[in-house]
Each structure stands twice: as C-alpha cells, then as structure tokens.
Design a protein around this ligand. Structure first.
Ligand code: GAR
Length: 225
C-alpha cells in the first residue's frame, strides 16, 4: 500500500511505493500539548499495519489536554510533565528523556508539542526528533501559523514534517503537503483542511525518517549517526 495516496493536492518528496518494515517496530514516544488528533492518526496508521511502530508512551504538558482522553481510549500510557513545575527548559527535557527511557521509546514525535526544546533533547536522540507544523515551512513558524497564512493572503498553505533543530519549527524537511486557501476560508476551515493532510503525512514521514536512518546505519558507517 502506498505511503501517501495520490489524491492529496501536493505532497513532497517522492515516497517509496510501499510502507517499509523494520527489523523491530519503531518505538515512538509522542509529545503533545493539545487535542491529540495527530496522535490518533499515527495510532490508526499503526493499527492498519502501515507504519511499523508501537507508541510506547504519550507525554503531555497541559493538565486536562484532550490528548489524555485519546491516549486512554487507545490504551496508551500517558505521563504528565507540566512545564510550569520545572526551573528551566533543560530540566523539562531531562525529565522527558528519562520518561522516554523508562518506556523504552527512541523516536521523539512532537505532535502539537507547543514547547521549545533544547539541545539536551536533540542530542539525546540524534535525527530521531520529529515535529509537525501547520504551514509550508519556512513560512509562518510559531504558534499562529494558520492565522498568519490567512492574514498574509497566501493562496497555498499546508503542513510540514521536519527533523527538529534548536530554532522553533526549523530543521531538515521530510515531507510537505500543500492545500489551497480559498477567499472565504475561516481559520477553522483552513486548519481542518491542513490537518486532514497532517494525518496522512506524519505517519509516512516517520517511516521515511526511519528508513533514512536505517540506510545510514547499514550502509555508510555501520553504526548509528
Ligand atoms: C497540529 O496542527 C500541529 O501541526 C500543530 O499543532 C496541532 C496539534 O493538533 N503544531 C504546531 O503548531 C507546532 N508549532 P493535535 O493536538 O490535534 O494533533
């Protein structure tokens, strides 16, 4: 089955035609701050036996975030790490690393994680921290991407999955999907159109990133980068 079916408006880059199988399922730790619909989409892709992975744990930072109920509904463990209780971003990231280790997760999947991460987290999981953002990066990084795209009058918007670097919503792009912006669009309407694409490209981007990494391990160096 194709990674991303061809009826989306625009999807880049070229994808392998089939979902890859790995020697072991990828062990994902999902970080979320809000509703958790991307978590659900990733879990659905796993259940359909497309993305070869397991979700080991869901970490969230806002008590009462909708993602908690979704995680419960999916039978996934969730752990609250409330950033308000930490003296620094680094301290929070150290606890995230500890929690991921406890649940044996080694891919960090930021799915609506609305916190800046530090070098501490990035260095703990080289090339294994991914983020999704509701714009065609590098346009409109930050927390109001959809509003800003509408205000700017762009005619094309979309979403991006990328490797995480220290700057917010920056880093090597794995996949983007584009959607049209219509003159009558509200923020909610455009957001819904973008999110429909997020649900398709995030599982595919995880598979692609893992495939890339597996090739690096097996091919050039013989060890993990
Ligand atoms: C998603 O649209 C994601 O792109 C965005 O948060 C939403 C989370 O939705 N992330 C960012 O804006 C990151 N800068 P969800 O909780 O329903 O998955």
């Amino acid at each position: 089955m194709a990674l991303v079916s061809p009826d989306s408006v625009l999807v880049s880059p070229s994808l392998p035609s089939c979902w890859p199988r790995f020697s072991q399922p990828l062990k994902l730790g999902v970080l979320a701050s809000g509703r958790g619909t991307n978590l659900e989409a990733i879990a659905a892709s796993i259940q359909r036996q497309e993305l070869h992975a397991t979700i080991q744990v869901v970490i969230y930072n806002n008590p009462g975030a909708g993602v908690v109920d979704r995680a419960r509904g999916l039978g996934l463990p969730s752990v609250l790490l409330n950033h308000r209780h930490y003296p620094s971003r680094e301290a929070l990231d150290l606890d995230i690393i500890q929690t991921l280790a406890t649940y044996q997760a080694n891919w960090v999947i930021m799915a609506g994680w609305m916190r800046c991460v530090t070098q501490v987290l990035i260095e703990a999981f080289p090339r294994q921290v991914l983020n999704i953002h509701p714009s065609l990066l590098p346009s409109f990084p930050g927390t109001h991407a959809v509003d800003q795209a509408l205000a700017a009058g762009v005619k094309l918007s979309g979403c991006t999955v990328h490797h995480v670097e220290i700057q917010v919503d920056r880093g090597p792009i794995i996949i983007q999907a584009g959607v049209p912006v219509y003159p009558q669009d509200s923020v909610a309407a455009l957001q819904a159109r973008i999110q429909a694409q997020e649900y398709r490209i995030y599982p595919a981007a995880i598979a692609l990133a893992a495939l890339d990494r597996a090739n690096l391990v097996d091919g050039k160096t013989g060890k993990r980068p």
